[in-house]
Structures are given as structure tokens and as C-alpha cells.
Design a protein around this ligand. Sequence first.
Ligand SMILES: Nc1ncnc2c1ncn2[C@@H]1O[C@H](COP(=O)(O)OP(=O)(O)OP(=O)(O)O)[C@@H](O)[C@H]1O
Ligand SMILES: [Mg+2]
Length: 521
Amino acid sequence: MSAASRSAVDAPAAVQATSLCKSFGGVPALRDASLTLRPGTVHALVGANGAGKSTFVKILAGLEKPDAGEVKVRGERVIIATPDRARQLGLNFIHQELNLVPRFTVLQNMALGYSLPTRAGLVSWSAVRRRARSVLARFDSSLSLDADVSTLSVSDRWMTSLGRSLMHEPQAIAMDEPTASFTVEEAERLYGVIHTLTSSGVGVLYISHRLDEVLELSDEITVFRNGEVVGRHHRGDLDRTELTESIVGRRVRDLRHYQSEAIGISSDHHPAEAHPPVLSAQNLKAGKRVVNATFDLRRGEILGIAGLVGSGRTELARALAGADPLTSGSMLLDGRTYSPHSPRDAIARGVALVPEERRSEALVLDESIDFNINLATMRQNRMRRWAPLLSPSRARSAAREYVDSLSIKSASTKQDVAHLSGGNQQKVVLARFLRTNPRVLILDEPTVGVDVGARAEIYELVKSQTSRGTAVLLISSDFEELEICDRVAVMREGRITTILPANKAGTNTLTALCYHHEEEQ
Ligand SMILES: Nc1ncnc2c1ncn2[C@@H]1O[C@H](COP(=O)(O)OP(=O)(O)OP(=O)(O)O)[C@@H](O)[C@H]1O
Ligand SMILES: [Mg+2]
């Protein structure tokens, strides 16, 4: 804890929430949840998918009304009925789904909700611009105020949201999974920003599934499980394993368990090497970003793809899965020419992509979990192979199987996916594509926003698919996650520059290769 934050311990809490309760349709999401955020400190809020973290934050933000409980801000009891009220109280929020207006500029987005200074009845944009510039300068951001937010990377969009919060000089700020899709360096930049904020006395409520960063950053940690507080800790009180167990409520296997060595296969001589390629890509060029990609994906292996945001990984995945056409190059699937003209065509040939943008690209939000899981496999649910009639019970039992094996937290499989927590939505999308039993499974950032227990379940499922011969292409910005791969390809500026065996693909090497630092071999 910094000197500033130590002295802040005696100051009145920035926010003190006591015994908050909230149910949705009779199902409790929060039960007697209490938490005290002190000025000048980082307080992490952790818990499994659906534990109630976002709900808790939404109550403080005036977006949800609690059924019971009270909130004090700097010692005064308050009712936060609207987001405006929260702002007046000095509370600011960067929610899990960023509410930026596409096609507005960074400046316009930052000005939203800010009481615009006027001169002779006209908005003084030059004053707003000055203010916005000084806010961005506080965290050394090189964002252009005139850039259209739709053209920005995920992390820059997030920084725009942060900029918007800081326009108001908040006393407390809540960040709901900021680093979920950040690269290592982007996350480092955010930690710097957080340090600047706490040094100036701001209290930061920090929600994350990345436990290493939680342990590193936080002065205090509160653990939610099923809407209840099950643990309160101070810096240094507990280690990663203890924190994991507290979140999940049971022991969880270490990531290393999923590595080839740990399951008795040496990565120097992985049997996948003897396997023929399932998918061969030769000099692929696609969209604006994929310039030249050549690789083989072998039966039963997991091939990772490391790269920075914008390096062309997602565009490559889309081309492989028939979502975007190739400009040039060729592909073979099981030795035969493969040029899918749509995702549906790719799925029919056995190539499935679980996309990164799950909410907008993959989910039908006002349909049930049942419907969404079965969306790509309607045919398997026919009563008879030749009959057009669908068997709802077969569809439902398939959905239930995945709800169990991936621990999708929901009231029933008939529930709309719109109201599932972020991580549980991700699991629904994954279940849909696992159910197609693909020859090639492409996962684009599969565990973003997924809790540590469910991650283990996802790796378990992926491994069981590879043992049945499925070849997996795994795109991940989390270099630790790439440890489950047999080989890792590095993509830089649209090109696959290197392919490394697992034992050579440590975090430092990958970072260096992605950024093209001197250490590159
Ligand atoms: N508007 C809503 N209607 C119905 N149920 C809801 C609604 N909002 C949240 N829930 C339910 O409340 C529970 C808590 O959800 P919440 O979003 O707070 O979880 P979370 O801890 O933020 O999870 P994640 O880590 O996945 O983001 C979940 O079971 C979710 O399905
Ligand atoms: Mg959430």
C-alpha cells in the first residue's frame, strides 16, 4: 500500500455498501453483499461467472435498484436512483459492455454526460477539447481526439471510456474486467494509470478474472460466490491457489496440468508431428490485415497463434472459417481443396470458429440457452435421420449436458441468453461449436471473461476433443493460456513469422517476437 493509500485508510470510505440484496425473477443474484472501498486504494472484486460482480457494480451505478441494503458515499447514506446521481456523487464506472457511440469521435464520446461549458449560450468545444486533452495526458495516452471510435482497438476503446470517466474528476471508479482482451503491454499501461489514480486519492474497484494481476494490484480483495461474500483479504494474505479455491469453492487443476509434458508427452517429440496435416494453408492473403500466412494444422494438436491486437489473427480465423473470402493463397482440408464460401459451408466441411465478439456475432440474445446451443446442429436433433421433425427433448438434453459440463449458471436452459453474465454467454457460444464435433476448431480468445474454474473445464473439453482427433487453432492474447498448445505460431503485421514448439514458447519469447524486439532469433 502506498503512503497516500495508508493515510487514506482512516478517511471515510469512498463507498460503503452494506447487505445489498438483488433477485431477478425470484433467483437471487446478490445476498447480503457488503464491501468497503477506501480512497486511494485498489479493491478487487472477484468471483466465478454469475457470482454477482456486475450486478453489484450496476447497483452502485444507479443502473439496478437493490431489493435491500444501503450505500454510503464518504460517510453519507445515499440513494443512487440514476447514473446521473452516481456521477454527481463522484462515482464513475467502466462497465463490461462499453457504452461508446460508434462513429462518434473520441472527443464526442468523452464529452457524453459531461456538462458542457458554454459561452454566450454556445457550447465551447475548445474548452471541452482542452479538458479532454489534459485528461488523456494524465495517462500518457496518444489517442487522437478526432479518431472515430469504431476504428479503435479494444484497448483504445477502453481508454476512451476511462477518459470519459475522468472528465468528471471521480472520487471512486469501478472497472469491470478492463484487461479481458488486453495484451500484456496494454495491461501494463493500465496498471500505470491505476497507480496514478490511487496516488491522487481515487478509490478503484477492480473486477477481473486474471488472478495474477489481482494479487499484484490490489490492496484489498473481496470474493463473491453465488451472490455472497465468502472472503475478504488484504495484500499478501493469500496466494494464487488459495484465491482460486476461494473463488471456485473447490480445488482446481493448475494450468500446467494441460500441457503436453504433464500428460506424459514430451513436447520435443509430440506424436502430432507424426500426424498428417488436417488443414494446410499456403500463402494466405485476406481482408486488409492478413498479408501472408502459411502453416499446417495437424490432427489432434493445438496450434496457438500469438500476436498483437491488429496483427491479423482474427481476420485469419475468419478467412479459415468462411466468414471472409481469401484474396490469394490456397487451403487444403484433409488433402482436398478447401475454399469455404460461408461459415455454414465451413461448418458442413468440419471447420468451426468460436468468434471473439460473442455478443454481437454469435448470440441470438432474445433466444434461450437451449436455442443458442443448438443453433449450428439443428439437424442432429431430428426425430429420425430422414424426418424433418425436430426433437425438442433431444435439443434440450444436449443443452443441459453442456450447461452441466461447462457450469453455465442459469435458472433454466429456457432462459434468454441476454440476461446471462458475460462469462456464461461465452460458454454458450463455445458449447454450440463443440457440439458440431468439428475436424478443425478455431477458438478466438476463448476464455476472455471466463472464470478460473470454468477455464479449467474449457481446457478439459478442448483436450478431450483433440484426443478424438480434432485439430485446434487457439488465438489468445493471454500468453499463459498458450501454454496448453503443442506449437505456437507468431503473427506480426499480417504474417506468420515463426512457429515454435511449446517448450520454446515462453511468455518472454512470445512478447519479444510479437513486438519484434532485438532478442528475436
Ligand atoms: N437483468 C437480469 N435479468 C435476469 N438475470 C440477471 C440479470 N442480470 C444478471 N442476472 C443474473 O444474475 C447473476 C449474476 O450476474 P452478474 O452479471 O452480476 O455476474 P458476474 O459476477 O458479473 O459474472 P461474469 O464474471 O460472468 O461477468 C447471473 O446468474 C445472471 O444470469
Ligand atoms: Mg460481469
